[in-house]
Design a protein around this ligand. Structure first.
Ligand SMILES: Cc1cc2nc3c(=O)[nH]c(=O)nc-3n(C[C@H](O)[C@H](O)[C@H](O)COP(=O)(O)OP(=O)(O)OC[C@H]3O[C@@H](n4cnc5c(N)ncnc54)[C@H](O)[C@@H]3O)c2cc1C
Length: 373
């Protein structure tokens, strides 16, 4: 009997657990550890902030959902992973202490490294969690005049909620007849990161229609009570501020030598961790280039689960992950944009625009919830 341990109850961990439960012979044990027993559908957090849905619509209880699928769920924090002893140290939850595994899937996502930007914690809103999104939403509702700055810090690897927040705020202001300014701030030029130029080009008409300005090449180094400050000392004043903070890999693998300088785990295209035995890593936690997105975590989870089952059954892991962007930026109407682009191969690009994509994004959210909760 193999004892399979999955760390992290986000997109990657949940999909991996479900795939394994379906395909692994019943004598093997599957355990999912996560520090929260609720799964939150992150792409809906902008809609939550703007009062378009409730917390219950975008989250569900993992312990219950896993019980139905013969997966043991442990609510705890994985403080340290020792892949050379096949051991994980758990703290603060159902179990405190070391637990052993035969196979590990590491899906702890990324850490918000707010400490990298001075003043972020004190002055900036973000919306990368339920509480933070609700708090920002409240501030956005109070905002009627002045300048809203919405943006990303250097090292943040997520553009979709930046654009969606700007559009949602613009629509809210338009509906109330308020005349405030909105500026999107990005740390680099769109062409400097994978898929960025295509997305910026596709969104240009919608930004213009909502009078949203875009300030590129503004790497935020500091946030004061009145302004964001770039590394070279330029300042932009704000009255409302929402920033995606810098990301880093989770710290549980620190000092194992298995991560790059950002703390992200090095894996091959079968999702096996380079330099460790019987260990896979998936999702935001891995070191692939480009944005960090849920659909990538899902596909990587499927690949890892398939290969892990092969390993347990004595076959060579042969499923391979292909790195692609597939995203929808929901403008709330006809200017919603869909981008699909291969990141490891030439060609294979598709850009779509229209109300259909807004509907499709919400339908996907409902489908995901129905399938997994
Ligand atoms: C506002 C917002 C909008 C987004 N929009 C989109 C979108 O439109 N399309 C898209 O594809 N993606 C989108 N994303 C990105 C997507 O949500 C992530 O890429 C995806 O959640 C990554 O999945 P994951 O499983 O790797 O990590 P996560 O979903 O972050 O899951 C990690 C899990 O590990 C748990 N955990 C972390 N540390 C520990 C620890 N030490 N011990 C135990 N448990 C721990 C966490 O509680 C969490 O359950 C968005 C994200 C946000 C925040």
């Amino acid at each position: 009997m193999a004892n399979v341990l999955i760390l992290g109850g986000g997109f990657g961990g949940v999909v991996a657990a479900e795939r394994l439960a379906k395909t692994l012979a019943p004598e093997h044990q599957i355990t999912l550890v996560s520090r929260s027993s609720r799964f939150v559908f992150h792409p809906a957090l902008v809609r939550l902030a703007f009062g378009k849905c409730e917390v219950e619509d975008i989250s569900y209880d993992l312990r219950e959902a896993m019980l139905d699928r013969r997966v043991r769920f442990i609510e705890a924090t994985a403080a340290r992973v020792n892949p050379f002893e096949s051991e994980v140290t758990l703290t603060g939850g159902d179990i405190v202490g070391d637990i052993k595994y035969d196979y590990l899937i590491y899906a702890l996502g990324r850490r918000l490294a707010t400490e990298q930007v001075r003043g972020f914690f004190e002055h900036a809103h973000h919306l990368l969690g339920v509480g933070a999104a609700q708090k920002f939403g409240e501030a956005a509702r109070q905002f009627r005049v002045g300048h809203a700055v919405i943006g990303s810090c250097p090292g943040s690897r997520l553009e979709v909620p930046v654009y969606e927040t700007a559009f949602a705020l613009a629509r809210q202001l338009e509906e109330r007849g308020d005349a405030a300014r909105i500026t999107i701030v990005s740390p680099e030029y769109p062409s400097e990161h994978p898929g960025g130029a295509d997305l910026a080009r596709a969104l240009r008409p919608a930004l213009a229609a909502h009078h949203i300005e875009h300030l590129a090449d503004f790497p935020i180094a500091e946030v004061t009570a009145e302004a964001v400050v770039s590394g070279d000392g330029r300042e932009v004043e704000y009255d409302l501020l929402m920033l995606v903070p810098p990301f880093e890999g989770a710290s549980a693998l620190a000092s194992t030598g298995l991560t790059d300088e950002g703390g992200y785990v090095r894996v091959d295209h079968t999702m096996r961790v380079l330099g460790a035995e019987r260990m896979y890593a998936i999702g935001d936690a891995v070191y692939f280039s480009g944005p960090k997105m849920g659909h990538m975590a899902v596909r990587q989870a499927e690949v890892a689960a398939e290969n892990l089952v092969a390993e347990i059954e004595g076959r060579e892991p042969s499923a391979r992950y292909k790195h692609e962007i597939a995203l929808v930026v929901d403008e709330g109407g006809k200017d919603t944009v869909y981008l699909h682009k291969s990141l490891w191969e030439e060609g294979g690009k598709m850009v779509g625009r229209g109300r259909f994509w807004s509907w499709a994004k919400r339908a996907h959210e409902k489908y995901f919830r129905a399938q997994h909760s």
